[in-house]
Design a protein around this ligand. Structure first.
Ligand code: ZN
Length: 470
């Protein structure tokens, strides 16, 4: 895949970078990086993100250590105890989400639920039922039912008439009355159910800001748009909610179930953070001309290793070009929005949960991960007020309406995962799992000439990280 979808585009890269620079300059930006970052209207964004990453790092390292140690039980020598994890063992082609290794690495296997997907199939769920349930969730928050146009214009299943159809979920705003639609090949699975929530978040955002002037009919920033559906999915995916809608027979919250659930969410959302960060840090560096042309591929893997502690399954070379094997890179789509969304959704969630009376930060027996804002008009109204603004005000103004805060912060995310972080720290100590990784990165040419670019820098970085942890 990487050879065919990545390396094959190498010949066009210089043209792409040249056009990108030209477009940026024509718009009065020094490079494409500044042009992308301009969406966030904040010169300190890069520094803010660095601070956020510093805050999250100790937790990520514990998660990484636990996963590597658990996988070692299966793969033995294939994995080194203190090296980066070979990414093909993480259940995803880009190692961007590790949720597919959940069953293999569950903290408490005996407490594992039978699986929502199985239950959905047993209850004869259909794509329509999943969409109706998601709509009902939004309506329970005092939002309107979806307009008739939505049902007429949407494709919620793959057409069977043999036409070409791209299954990647997509929510469309036609900028005309209430014409909105979702196109996706819904499967009957829990994952697909949460994708419905995600796409529907875009739809409700479109509908809520539809009375704004055309230029303001957009998210407060790209990250906001991606966060809306996810934040409702955080509630909808709790066992508490699944119990309410009859997908889970027994629901007794206890510590082991809580750790399992948090672990599953962390595999999906926390493993994603350094991935998304390095994807755009890499492109900013390319756009700014900071990477020499014979180091394009090396730099990519060097950054991936340093951020996520993963490595490609086989040695990659200078002659390869792997970044465009990720859709958003070859399609020239900024990726920071997903990172921002992953931070913001926890900020949104915490504030909404407090409004809904589902979470009390001062009560040690109250857990953010067990909050379900379903049927809370109060939380729903705060969302409506924030989302109706669209892009008419700078995003800190929008953020302030729901959360009272004007900057992005990782503190809500850290609060959400605190019980898991405590558990991982204890567990890793017990098992002797090493924390952190030694760089194995090598910048090699297929002809055999080795050039250790920046290897020294990586080692220094690693040492700083390790000193803080061991
Ligand atoms: Zn989306």
């Amino acid at each position: 895949w990487y050879d065919l979808a990545g390396t094959a585009t190498r010949k066009d890269l210089e043209t792409y970078l040249q056009l990108n620079k030209e477009a940026a300059n024509l718009n009065n930006f020094t490079s494409g990086a500044e042009m992308w970052l301009n969406d966030y209207e904040d010169d300190t964004l890069e520094v803010q993100l660095e601070n956020i990453f510093e805050e999250i790092r100790p937790f990520y390292l514990q998660l990484h250590a636990y996963v590597r140690h658990s996988l070692k039980q299966t793969y033995g020598e294939e994995i080194s105890e203190d090296g980066p994890i070979p990414m093909h063992l993480l259940g995803n082609m880009w190692a961007q989400s590790w949720v597919n290794i959940y069953d293999q690495t569950t903290p408490y296997p005996n407490k594992q639920s039978k699986g929502l997907t199985k239950e959905m199939l047993a209850q004869n769920y259909t794509a329509l039922k999943m969409f109706k349930l998601a709509e009902e969730f939004y309506v329970s928050l005092n939002m309107s039912a979806l307009p008739q146009a939505f049902w007429e214009l949407s494709y919620i299943e793959k057409p069977t008439d043999g036409r070409e159809f791209i299954c990647h979920g997509f929510a469309n705003d036609f900028f005309k009355n209430s014409d909105v639609a979702i196109k996706m090949c819904t499967r009957i699975s829990a994952e697909s159910f949460f994708t419905v929530f995600h796409e529907m978040g875009h739809i409700y955002y479109y509908l809520l800001y539809k009375n704004q002037p055309i230029a303001y009919r957009d998210g407060a920033n790209h990250g906001f748009h991606e966060a809306v559906g996810d934040v409702f999915a955080l509630s909808a995916s709790t066992s508490k909610h699944m119990h309410k809608i009859g997908l889970l027979k027994n629901y007794e919250p206890d510590e082991e179930t809580r750790v399992n659930e948090l672990y599953r969410t962390a595999l999906r959302k926390v493993a994603f953070l350094p991935f998304s960060y390095s994807l755009d840090q890499y492109r900013w560096a390319l756009f700014r001309g900071e990477v020499k042309s014979d180091e394009y591929n090396c730099k990519f893997w060097q950054m991936r290793e340093s951020a996520s502690g993963i490595k490609p399954p086989v040695q990659r070379y200078k002659e390869d070009f792997d970044a465009p094997a990720k859709y958003h890179v070859s399609a020239d789509v900024e990726y920071l929005r997903y990172l921002v969304a992953h931070i913001l959704q926890f900020q949104f969630h915490k504030s909404a949960c407090i409004l809904a009376g589902e979470y009390d930060p001062n009560n040690p027996n109250s857990y953010l991960s067990e909050c379900d804002i379903y049927q809370s008009t109060k939380a729903g109204n705060a969302f409506k007020e924030m989302l109706s603004m669209g892009l008419s005000k700078p995003w800190p103004d929008a953020l302030e309406i729901l959360t009272g805060q004007r900057t992005m912060s990782a503190s809500a995310l850290m609060e959400y995962f605190k019980p898991l972080q405590d558990w991982l720290e204890k567990k890793n100590k017990e098992t002797g799992a090493q924390v952190g990784w030694k760089s194995e990165f090598k910048c090699l040419s297929k002809s055999g000439a080795e050039k250790p670019i920046g290897a020294g820098i990586i080692i220094v970085l690693f040492v700083t990280i390790c000193v803080g942890m061991v």
